[in-house]
Design a protein around this ligand. Sequence first.
Ligand code: UDP
Length: 265
Amino acid sequence: MIDQSTFLLDFTLFSRTKIKLLTQLAKQLQTGTRPLVVCTPNPEQIVQSISNKGFGHNLRTADVLVPDGVGLVWASRLLSRRTQQLPLTERIAGSDLVSEILTSTVFSGTALVVGGREYAGRTLQTAARKFVVGDAPLFWTAGYDDIEKQSPAEEQELVELLKRLRPSIVFVAFGAPQQEEWIFKHKQLLDSVGVRLVMSVGGAFDMLLGLVPRAPIWMQNFGLEWLFRLVQQPWRWRRQLRLLQFIAVVTKEFIRPRSRRPSQA
Ligand code: UDP
């Protein structure tokens, strides 16, 4: 049901505007019959997927890949010269998408955030009062103390919460690639409790709740949000080296000799 896409480095990305995406997601919530999986890859994650095949598979299995990184838009513009396909229209930041889903009146039903273990002291109730999905509040559970060490008791509690709440929307905030893995592992359960939209959101709520400041608009417009995050969270430097790898991957793809059609003769 989600149409319009651009094929980039083996991934099919949503290529239209954020407004068009929101319209399609709202329709999905009203008429969808199964959970629509929305993932929000950025250039770092595209590089990560080269060495982590399982992660790459999960991304490719998602129903919608939202380009959450200006590097993807730039790469699509460059590579479109080779492929003749339309480049991505715009970067769609996961945190903008979440915030608009939560504040728009066209979205109805209960929403649950799974993950974001630092949200405890922040009382998500504050956010729940601010962000209301239709008439229903936004619920939150950290899910696990450590996503790498999930205990059966935590899993059981989470399953019971999902069965009790029966949310329409689930935002998964464990960071990549764990959040995508969690989504596919729980897809059947999500379907059985009536979830219609499940989205990987990384640290989007860290920003929405004010735990991490968001880059000023001018930096976002210049495509420098990654630099702002690096200054705020210097421990990201190792992850952000992947941006250099991304440039190398795109360049290699751009200069790669075109494959010739086999001779007709
Ligand atoms: N997180 C979590 N449990 C864990 C590890 C991480 O809930 O065991 C949360 C963490 O609190 C943060 C989110 O996962 O809110 C990951 O955000 P990150 O900034 O790494 O994601 P990005 O936006 O870079 O994809």
